[in-house]
Ligand binder design. Structure first.
Ligand code: SF4
Ligand code: SF4
Length: 83
């Protein structure tokens, strides 16, 4: 599926355990990444400093669901299963 532009759920719900510019310790689960802009887009898109883990994640129906709320719920559940 195509990523829903402006959703941003995968930049909020999961923890990220590698440094992000502006978040040197990475990001806790449920906290919006500092690189997520007000339009729900990544400020580092296309920039080499964007974490690899972000570039590796692509939209998938089973995770992203039909809307942002479903994506947040699925990602929180995944986070709990994998932490
Ligand atoms: S959760 Fe899915 S649809 Fe939402 S921004 Fe991330 S990849 Fe795109
Ligand atoms: S660096 Fe960009 S893609 Fe990665 S979590 Fe932050 S806003 Fe999202």
């Amino acid at each position: 599926m195509e990523c829903r532009s402006g959703c941003g759920a995968c930049c909020i719900a999961p923890s990220i355990n590698v440094p992000i510019p502006g978040m040197p310790e990475g990001k806790p689960a449920g906290v919006a990444c500092v690189q997520l802009d007000d339009a729900g887009l990544c400020r580092l898109f296309g920039d080499p400093s964007r974490p690899e883990v972000c570039a590796a994640f692509s939209a998938e129906q089973s995770v992203c669901g039909e809307n942002r709320q479903q994506a947040l719920e699925n990602l929180i559940e995944l986070e709990q299963l994998t932490s």
